[in-house]
Design a protein around this ligand. Sequence first.
Ligand SMILES: *Cc1c(COP(=O)(O)O)cnc(C)c1O
Length: 442
Amino acid sequence: MQISTFSRELAKTAEAALASTFAKIDQTARTNTEHVLDCFKSCGVSESFFTPSTGYGSGDRGRDALDKLAAEIFRAESGFIRPSLLSGTHTLAVALYGILRPGDIMLSVTGRPYDTLTKVLGLDQTGDEKPQISSEGSLRDLGVDYRQLELLPDPFTAEEPIDIPAMVEFIRRHGEKVKMVYVQRSRGYAFRPALTVSQIRRAAYEVEKVSREMGIRKPVFMVDNCYGEFVETTEPCYVPEGAVNEAPADLIAGSLIKNPGGGMADVGGYIVGTEECVRLCGNRLTAPGIGMDIGASLGQNRNMIKGLFYAPHTVSQALKTACLTSYMFGEIGYETSPKPDDKRSDIVQIVKCGSREKLLAFCRGIQSASPIDSYVIPCASEMAGYEDEVVMAAGAFVEGSSIELSADGPMREPYYAYMQGGLTYESARLAIMAAADKMREN
Ligand SMILES: *Cc1c(COP(=O)(O)O)cnc(C)c1O
């Protein structure tokens, strides 16, 4: 590969400086791998689970084991993992439609959700939250009232970035109409920090507390867990021993072509949480009365199970890649978030590119060192579900997979590149060096 001596040397310097950060990442991967293996043992994962089923998929033991694995890995009451969940957005939509009913309020406490959910929620395209009734079947069309609270003004330094007083006040004012409190763990396409699992559970605790005080049914506390899985040694659905003023989330969801698929799953999503919430989501996944009981796995079980096995390790590779990027681009004069040694709760790394040309150069550098489609030159373009033009670099074995190294950014000021993934640290670091070269040439 044609990589400058400058970038090669900078990567070496970065790795020396990041040694203790990398050691912590390795330790997290060891802890999570042990937990996943424990779950494999307790679920009795067997070679026969890989046998493809067809039709209704009745008696597909692999599917049932995957559901149990999902629940145990995330330490939740119940859950399911399906290849028929086609993307993160689809999975989140199944969860939202599963829980919300006409007249309910859904309250996001982490500001505007991920771009692709705007149409699911039925929000105005211009960005303000004007109701837009259409006949497309958005939650708004069905009579669900969406509201949001912003994170605190300086979420990067706040001990608890969620505006707890505003959230509690909102629940006091609207009572049981608030059916769901919604949290997005990852930064997604926004310049904000990822929330740590502990920060999320503290908010869940406050929701539980105010509901108890008021004597009302507790809102479902739901977390968009995309990009967060296995970054820490704990997840939102349970409270570890010793944690104070924390409560578990009721429902979490994510995509298998991100962290929990480990780079091995070809497709899929997961939903886990309380027995009741998961049952309702199962009704939406298929139909009431059928729920989670059917679904041909069509030969996907093996890669999904293998993906869960790989996930803690793959996530560690992605985290090292993100730290390296933060360090190297910081050194050559770009603002980055998180900083190289910051505590992380998602795999996303932001580099503030500052101009359209630099953002394109960054993405083109990443693409040029991808195993697949390295000859392709990414260009900005409109994309279904996104509001601005978007540029995306992805040379992945699984189309669109963003646990494989990928970078993307909306074409708007200040031209942030959102980079994530890296199946192997060794390959991803080459792509980072290539991106640094392209940026310096530009
Ligand atoms: C990726 C992502 C989504 C949507 O997933 P898609 O697979 O792109 O539909 C939603 N929320 C967050 C935080 C994400 O990172």
